[in-house]
Design a protein around this ligand. Structure first.
Ligand code: ADP
Length: 259
């Protein structure tokens, strides 16, 4: 990634500090360490390569050099945003999905934390929060987007089909431009985080609507049914085979289409 181009492109956004690494373990780890050092709201860590990129539950996220867009944002939620922390995963997912849609492909949100194109995963999002007692200190939003085909992991690493923007668009998207679009979109959406309009926008972009899906959670039995929308806190509502609405909270859940 060209550092001058990156700095120039981001200079018009109201960001905190920006750090760029050619290679790093994980952008989320770096952002968490940096956040502990009082880095300001909307600071961003960007890396060309992650050698220890993480998904949820310490699953691995593949980010080979020069092929993907990997970054983490430090958010310091305001007092007004604190009642809506469970919507931050939606904020990140919407910002990515809306930005990808500008480039053409029909990007949709696989609740809670992945972005799909044609039902294949093109982006993963990892949210990690730091608390001081009862108060949230910061939320780190990690984003990994498969830009070039080389960023798509080998099949044996995947539990869910994956794709890249290059494969979907027939050409590579510009990573710097994409990053700027996503950050600008996140900053705009954030001003509406607590609104009904935000929830509606999030709901409208959910993937797999109308299909039968299965949600596996750590604690509860599997839920099979159709997506019926989101609760105000961002929990997913599934209409099960008995016609009852079952609510699945954001946590360690895994959603997949029931083929
Ligand atoms: P999920 O939300 O699907 O449970 P995570 O968000 O925890 O998954 O992401 C980790 C998983 O994503 C890994 O176990 C691997 O199967 C898959 N994965 C890793 N890197 C990539 C990538 N670059 N593109 C698509 N999928 C990936």
């Amino acid at each position: 990634m060209n550092l001058n181009e990156l700095k120039k492109s981001l200079s018009r956004l109201p960001l905190g500090d920006v750090r760029y690494f050619e290679t790093i373990g994980s952008t989320n780890d770096e952002a968490l360490a940096w956040a502990a050092d009082d880095t300001p709201d909307l600071s961003v860590v960007i890396a060309d390569e992650q050698t220890a990129g993480r998904g949820r539950l310490n699953r691995k996220w593949f980010t080979p050099r020069g092929t993907a867009l990997a970054f983490s944002i430090v958010l310091r939620p305001t007092v007004d945003e604190r009642p809506h922390l469970t919507r931050i995963v939606g904020l990140a997912a919407l910002a990515v999905a809306e930005s990808l849609r500008k480039h053409g492909p029909d990007a949709r949100i696989k609740w809670p934390n992945d972005i799909l194109i044609q039902n294949r995963k093109v982006c993963g999002i990892l949210i990690e929060s730091v608390w001081s007692g009862e108060d949230v200190d910061c939320v780190v939003i990690g984003v990994g987007i498969n830009v070039l085909e080389g960023s798509v992991p080998p099949g044996e690493m995947l539990q869910f089909p994956a794709t890249s923007l290059e494969a979907e668009l027939g050409q590579a998207a510009d990573r710097v431009e994409l990053l700027r679009d996503i950050l600008a979109s996140l900053i705009e959406l954030r001003t509406r985080l607590g609104t009904d309009e935000f929830l509606k926008q999030w709901e409208d972009l959910l993937a797999l609507q109308g299909e039968t899906v299965q949600v596996e959670t750590e604690k509860n039995p599997r839920v099979t049914g159709q997506i019926s929308g989101l609760d105000p806190d961002g929990s997913l509502k599934i209409r099960n085979e008995h016609g009852e609405i079952v609510t699945v909270r954001f946590g360690d859940v895994r959603l997949r289409p029931l083929a």
